[in-house]
Design a protein around this ligand. Structure first.
Ligand SMILES: *Cc1c(COP(=O)(O)O)cnc(C)c1O
Length: 375
């Protein structure tokens, strides 16, 4: 995409180009949508509609992709979490809705596993509180037992929340099926944050009462999100737009962009995309292993998704005084900026995610690493 002066719209603003080797991350604007999504958003933004009717129709259409009873578009997955909690706390009572986020005196506790109380760029607990909920963390950071969850449930509990994410502690946690059964045995809704998940049907099929997705991550839509699930819960989510949801307004152009991206998502050849991404990783691993002082390996996503990344660390013979922290700083200081994943930087490792890398990016990354190591 060219901006006014032929570079790019962000370069016209005086900003450096960025090579996204990190993934669908908010700090880099999440994803880049297709022309078809852009055209839908343009047309949607240039005309009017009764927004409530659009919301309901979009809910029906989203549900065709998820298999749920109903769905509701939101401005992002974080808003979907906050509004779902708000729906569960207020249960459709108008006066309670009108005083959120103050929920004092109401049942308002949301039980989640301690290893799921993550920071994905903002704290999970904050989104629960934003909806008037009180997060209750069950168990220990690296070990949660079913009885920890059972015993965290009390008369103030409104739901059990499971977070499906690579950010979560993976070992020692209770499986979603077990948490679902505990919730249902207590007559409580079981809700799941699946913001970055690729499978839109799996968790509804598993029996979750509401599932929250991000529109801009796997689906590559306009900035958006949605809640999909039980009709009564989704109806209460929709009502929140007359209350705290107003601060999380979702635009008509965002909603039609999401719908276009969902149609495209189903038509995409996900296996071919995964194979092409894996081939990019293989190329990068080979190229980086040829650079003096660096080691590269192919690693699989921690949440078990079919996503491979190139993990780079120092090898014996690296120039004295060089650290991966230093390498990463130099990557980010350049023009264009090379932005890798740094979740394991404290262990001396950086990861390159092939999915958002454009044509020519992997060659540029290898070249920059070589320059840094040979400087
Ligand atoms: C990205 C993410 C979110 C937030 O999604 P947004 O659409 O950016 O609000 C929530 N939960 C998890 C696990 C995430 O990865």
């Amino acid at each position: 995409m060219k901006g006014r002066f032929g570079l790019g719209i962000y370069q016209d603003l005086g900003l450096r180009r960025v090579v996204n080797a990190s993934g669908r991350v908010t700090v880099l604007g999440v994803s880049a949508f297709s022309d078809r999504v852009a055209e839908a958003a343009k047309e949607g933004g240039q005309s009017y509609v009764v927004v409530e009717d659009l919301m309901r129709r979009a809910g029906e259409l989203i549900s065709r992709h998820t298999g749920a009873e109903d769905s509701c578009p939101t401005s992002c997955a974080s808003a979907a979490i906050a509004l779902t909690v708000a729906a569960l706390v207020t249960r459709g009572r108008w006066s309670d809705m009108m005083r959120l986020p103050d929920s004092s005196g109401l049942p308002n506790e949301v039980v989640l596993q301690k290893g799921h109380s993550i920071n994905y760029g903002a704290p999970m607990a904050t989104m629960i509180r934003l909806g008037g909920g009180v997060p209750v963390e069950a168990g220990q950071a690296n070990e949660v037992r079913p009885e920890d969850i059972e015993e965290a449930i009390c008369g103030r509990t409104v739901a059990l929340l499971y977070v499906k994410s690579h950010h979560c502690v993976q070992k020692g946690m209770v499986a979603p099926e077990v948490m679902r059964d505990i919730a249902h045995a207590h007559g409580l809704p079981f809700v799941m944050d699946c913001a970055a998940e690729e499978d839109l049907r799996k968790y509804i099929a598993l029996g979750a009462d509401a599932v929250m997705y991000s529109g801009a991550k796997a689906i590559e839509a306009t900035t958006s999100g949605f809640v999909t699930g039980r009709a009564d819960i989704v109806a209460n989510v929709r009502r929140q737009y007359a209350g705290i949801g107003r601060a999380m307004k979702v635009g008509k152009e965002q909603i039609v962009g999401l719908l276009a991206a969902l149609d495209q998502y189903d038509a995409r050849d996900h296996e071919a995309e995964a194979a092409a991404n894996e081939a990019k990783v293989d190329w990068l691993v080979g190229a980086v292993n040829g650079i003096h002082g660096l080691r590269a390996e192919k690693v699989r996503d921690e949440a078990g998704r079919a996503i491979y990344r190139c993990r780079v660390s120092l090898r014996e013979g690296a120039p004295a005084g060089i650290t991966m922290q230093g390498v990463n700083e130099r990557l980010r200081a350049g023009d264009p900026i090379v932005w890798a994943r740094t979740e394991f930087l404290n262990l001396g490792k950086i990861d390159f995610d092939p999915r958002p890398m454009l044509d020519g990016d992997k060659e540029l990354v290898a070249e920059r690493l070589r320059e840094i190591m040979e400087a």
